[in-house]
Structures are given as structure tokens and as C-alpha cells.
Design a protein around this ligand. Sequence first.
Ligand code: FAD
Length: 383
Amino acid sequence: MDHVIVVGAGLGGIRSVEALRSRGYEGRITLLGQERHRPYDRPPLSKAVLLGDSDSSFVDTDLAALNVDFRPGVVAKGLREGIVETTEGELAFDGLVIATGSEPITLPGDGQQHVLRTLDDAHELRARLVSGAHVAIIGAGWIGAEVATAARRAGCEVTVIEAASAPLTHALGAELGARTVPWYEGIDLRLDTMVSEVVEGGVDLVGGGFVQAHVVVVGIGARPALEWLAGADLDLHNGVVTDEHLRASMPGVVAVGDCANWWSRRYGTRLRVEHWDTALNSPDTAAATLLGEDAVYDPVPYFWSEQFGHMVQYAGYHPAGTKTVRREGTSWSTVWLDDADRIVAVVAVDRPRDLVQGRRLIAADAVLDVDRLVDPDVALRDC
Ligand code: FAD
């Protein structure tokens, strides 16, 4: 292989470059990035950067030592076998990593909508979070909760509008999500409420009603950034469809991070996980696959969120309807068990030990004793 193109210069993109080099690939690498920044981490955008504790979150990497031709501001426009079409002409490749991540979904309407995906978004929004400003946040998911945390800290009047009956319903289910409602003290939290459109000066609600706001932030989810692949002869369905080696349907092409929809051997289903750990770790498998090695990506998915002074961590994967067992103490966690009492997922709130131990137990397919599990004083690894 002489030339690998990596499209997307986020975490998944730069980790792909690093993985290729650390596995001994010495040919050319071109890294295309739509943004004009060098690669940076996104989790701090809704935390330290939005809170004003930090201005940036650049990935600690040495582009010169990696001998990569990094092209900021160059966008991939199309793909056919062996060729990427870009805003600066066509580039031939014999290996391609698709690492274009995801992009925020927005709402109808002519009013200004802030999203939080890029470093520029974070700086723009931070400048608007000033004391006394009325901020309407649409969506009480991970991003919405973290933006609400920062907005309250900045002294804003905050309204959070959520279509479901509880925050975090999509990720954790309504029952667990409802446990975070008390965290919204001092915030006008409107559940079971839908926005019809964002207009000048606020948002219109479905069924009538208007929420006045100086700043409207939309955090209702993201979709894989794959428009540039629309005409390509590539299997796309909720992301780039890959096998367990992260190999896409076109020869010499792999996908990583938010945009990869891979076959999970562990769970016997397809997974697309829009979280940092996937962007960090999937590139090693993708690089190995491009280099003809036999590597399988089969993680226990993991993510975290910092909101309202709490650390929420989740590991695993649980289909709807999976049995749960709660561990209640001053902090709490919940474990999902399959029909054979095998642990398949865990969420821990301010209980990092349960998360770490739970993640290992999930990887080991451990069967747990429910009677011991309900006792929060028994370590998870001893259940
Ligand atoms: P991205 O980071 O989206 O990078 C893709 C890059 O490709 C982008 O720079 C994009 O501009 C570029 N690109 C797209 N299309 C093209 C094209 N056609 N040509 C060239 N370049 C292109 N996860 C957690 O686990 N915990 C957290 O606390 C957490 N917090 C987050 C907070 C925020 C505000 C955001 C936005 C995400 C957060 N995440 C968190 C998720 C995590 O950051 C993502 O899963 C991760 O960034 C995905 O990395 P990626 O490289 O796959 O994609």
C-alpha cells in the first residue's frame, strides 16, 4: 500500500494516522479535515471550554513526526473506487479511512439555533452564556444537560424542553432518567413538551405556547456525516456498514468512530456508538485491517457525562426490556442482566468503582448473584 487517505480530522482520524504508523506503515498518509483546526477532543467542549475553564482541547500529537500530509479546510465531496473527490481535486488512494464523525440535527424555523459540535460552536455559545440571558435548551440528553450545567453556572435563566417524560430517556430509559430530575433545580424543565420551530426571540411549542429566549441551543441528537458518500457504491445504513474488522463494502475502505456501524460479535448485532471511546480505540483495528492483519473490534462500549456536579458513566449495551437491578447508597448504580443473570450493562452515578468493575465483568461474560448485587456495600466484583 502506497497511499492512505483519512477523511475526517477528529479523534478517529488522527488516531487512525497514529495507528497506521505504530503498526509500521511507511507509505504516504493524507489527512483531510473540513475544519480549519488541528485535531481536538470534543468532550471538553461542553465542559471545560463552555465553562470557561479552558480555551481549547487539541489532541496531544506530533503531526510532523507522523509524517502526515494534513490538509485543514479540505472537504471530501465524493468517492469512487480508488478515488476521493475533494474541494481541491481528485486524490487516488489504495487505502481509505472514513472518519467523518457525525453532525447535529437541527429544528425547523428561521430563528438562530446554536448547536455544539465544534470548537468554534463552543466559543460562540460561551460568549452568549452571560448572566441574566434567557437560554432555551431543546433536548435533555447528554449535550442538553451539560449545556444546562454551564448556562446555570454562568448565571443564565435556563429553560430545558424535552419531548420525553424524563431526561436521558433515549440512553437510559425514562425510569432511570427521572432520577436526574432533581438535578434541574433552578431550571425551568419542561418534560413531554415538543418544539415545533425556532423563531425570532424564542421557540414555538407544538399545541401552542411560546418560550422566550435570547439564546436557543438545540441538542436533539446527531446523524452520521455521510452526505459526501451519497453517490458512492458503498453500503450505508445508519452509518458506514462494516464487518467486525471495520471493513466497509468497498475494497480498501474502513470506517471508524461515530460514523461506523460495525458488526459486534459480542452482542450479535450492529452497533454505532457516538462516543469518545469508540473514536479512540476503533482506529487501531481499522489500521490493522487496512494493513492485512486479522484484527476484530469487539469492545464493551463506554461513555461518560459530567452534569450538575455528577459523573454519569455507562458501559455495555442493553436492548430495551432488559432486567435491571439497582444498587442504592449515597451514590447509586444500576446493572442490566440478561435472562441468565449475566451482566450486560452498567450505569454508575458518582460510583466510578462500579463502572470499572462492571465493565470488566461484562467483558468476562460474568453471571452475578442478584441477592448480593442489591447490596451497595458488596463490591461488584464480589457479586
Ligand atoms: P468527529 O469528532 O465528529 O470528527 C469528524 C471530523 O470529520 C470533523 O472534524 C468533521 O468536520 C470532519 N468531516 C466531516 N465530513 C468531512 C468531509 N466530507 N471531508 C473532510 N472532513 C470531514 N463522548 C463521551 O464518551 N463522553 C463525553 O462526555 C462526550 N462529550 C461530548 C461533548 C460534545 C460537545 C460532543 C460534540 C461530543 C461529545 N462526545 C462525548 C462524543 C465524542 O466526542 C465523539 O464520539 C467523537 O468526537 C467522535 O469522533 P470522530 O472522530 O468519530 O468524529
